[in-house]
Design a binder for this molecule. Structure first.
Ligand SMILES: Cc1ncc(COP(=O)(O)O)c(C=O)c1O
Ligand SMILES: N[C@@H](CCOP(=O)(O)O)C(=O)O
Length: 466
């Protein structure tokens, strides 16, 4: 399998190089040169497979040329062996047609573990025979940071620098990052928003001499391997609910558009997905983009679902690439315009390419709290604020009555226990696997949101002069 950049000007690469590169050298994101297809029989053959065997079958085409089936299976066994539920991502039924898929049984209590546990192992495997040090730079609104740090802490040949917006993540999220004291882990609280942090990461990649000198790598969903690992659970859920004979809908609480883009990939591969519901909070750029073609950046409003307090969604570029007929030069021109004006109009004809598959909803704080109370009172399920946004959008969606709807439960409610308690009166306990989080020492730097400050800090810590 070969990969191409969404902006058309970076070299084609195989899976191993794409995983280590993160962002393409032209500023674009890597995508497979073409989408691999699964026949009905191949999808039917996934019935009854374990999560690990499903993962091997679904990811096989994407890693072709880089890993054998045996190697991939062994990495998946190690990654998913760390999950606390035997089904890895259990499905729970909430009413006659609504389901949630709990993606938070990994070590850091959020769906990010599904991909990042595997990515940490892929880095180790691909660096094994290279005389190379990887400097990971990442941005987090809370969950990617802890999952990435857990996945790479203490690994040889890797340093990780994780930027989070100061005072805009929950106390559990912050401590899950800042109490990891392994010498290769460097947490930075920036004086700015998540969007500022993400822009700084991309600016470091764009600073060619810095990116080359430090051999930058990515753990955010700009890294294709993140999305690849997330495609698996769409197949896993859908075959359990009747695919390929019955289409299934998914509702996805959305910020950086990675999780729901993985659903789009599953659909491109032939999985019968009736609808992908893109659920946003009041930071609704994706809802405006998909419903009205208005992809324009506003200011970020802090919410009780802070991981989705995002305006510029990295992976939307991957969808725009397909909307532009996979014409990298045309998309590069559109993205240059967007970077200058913070606005992009997506004409109806272009949206038509994906209109049948996506629908979207903007869920405000009251509707979110209502969904949390419904989950607790009617189904005995405590939903975290992000999941509640997905579930509210699923309840409100206009879909044929015989289509089951799966909401992706992206975080454990205990990660956002203040918000859950405010909405439901119930304060969820932290699972024992996170340990004595509130007794451990924290370590992080606080820096201004400027590229000079961050690059100087990276240079100091890694010990190579920029
Ligand atoms: C708990 C939670 N839910 C949902 C999202 C949104 O996922 P994505 O960015 O892949 O759209 C995030 C972060 O991105 C998250 O941390
Ligand atoms: N909500 C995310 C934001 C970063 O998203 P990513 O999927 O691109 O890593 C987080 O928790 O950090």
């Amino acid at each position: 399998m070969q990969y191409v950049s969404t902006r058309g000007a970076a070299p084609r690469m195989g899976f191993e190089d794409v995983t280590l590169a993160g962002l393409a050298s032209d500023g674009g994101l890597y995508v497979p040169e073409s989408w691999p297809g699964f026949s009905r029989d191949e999808i039917a053959a996934l019935r009854g497979l374990s999560y690990v065997d499903t993962a091997v079958a679904v990811m096989r085409p994407f890693v072709a040329g880089a890993l054998t089936d045996k190697e991939l299976k062994s990495l998946c066994e190690t990654a998913y062996g760390r999950f606390s539920h035997a089904a890895v991502v259990p499905l729970k039924q909430l009413d006659h047609r609504q389901w949630v898929m709990e993606l938070f049984h990994g070590p850091t209590l959020a769906f990010k573990d599904v991909a990042l546990q595997l990515l940490g192992l892929l880095f180790e495997r691909f660096l094994r025979d290279r005389d190379t040090h990887l400097t990971i730079v990442g941005a987090t609104s809370g969950d990617t940071g802890s999952a990435a740090i857990d996945a790479v802490a203490g690994r040889a040949k890797i340093d990780i620098f994780m930027l989070h917006p100061k005072d805009r993540v929950s106390d559990v999220q912050r401590r899950q990052m800042t109490t990891v004291l392994a010498p290769n882990v460097h947490n930075i609280a920036i004086e700015g928003s998540f969007d500022d942090a993400q822009a700084l990461v991309k600016a470091m990649f764009a600073h060619q001499s810095f990116a080359t000198r430090y051999n930058l790598g990515a753990v955010n969903s700009i890294n294709w391997a993140r999305l690849m690992a997330q495609v698996v659970y769409y197949f896993y859920a859908a075959v359990r609910l009747g695919a390929p004979d019955r289409p299934v809908a998914f509702s996805v609480p959305t910020g950086n558009f990675g999780d729901v883009f993985a659903g789009y990939v599953a659909s491109k591969m032939g999985l019968p997905i009736a609808k992908l519901i893109v659920a946003t909070n009041v930071n609704d750029i994706l809802h405006r983009a998909l419903s009205a073609g208005d992809y324009s950046v506003g200011s970020v409003t802090p919410t009780a679902a802070p991981s989705m307090d995002i305006q510029v969604s990295s992976n939307f570029e991957r969808l725009l690439f397909d909307m532009h007929g996979r014409d990298g030069a045309a998309l590069a021109a559109s993205m240059r315009g967007f970077e200058e004006t913070k606005k992009l109009v997506i004409p109806a004809a272009m949206r038509g390419e994906v209109e049948g598959l996506f629908t979207s909803a903007r869920i405000d704080a009251d509707r979110m709290a209502l969904a949390m109370r419904w989950g607790q009172d009617k189904a005995g399920e405590l939903l975290d604020p992000h999941t509640a946004i997905g579930f509210a959008a699923a309840q409100d969606a206009d879909l044929p009555a015989d289509v089951p709807v799966v909401t992706l439960a992206t975080a454990h409610p205990a990660k956002f226990r203040d918000a859950v308690e405010r909405a439901t009166g119930n304060r969820p306990a932290l699972p024992s696997r996170v340990g004595n989080l509130f007794e451990r020492e924290e370590r992080y730097a606080t820096l201004p949101a400027t590229i000079e400050a961050i690059e100087d800090y990276v240079s100091d810590q890694v010990g190579v002069d920029a």
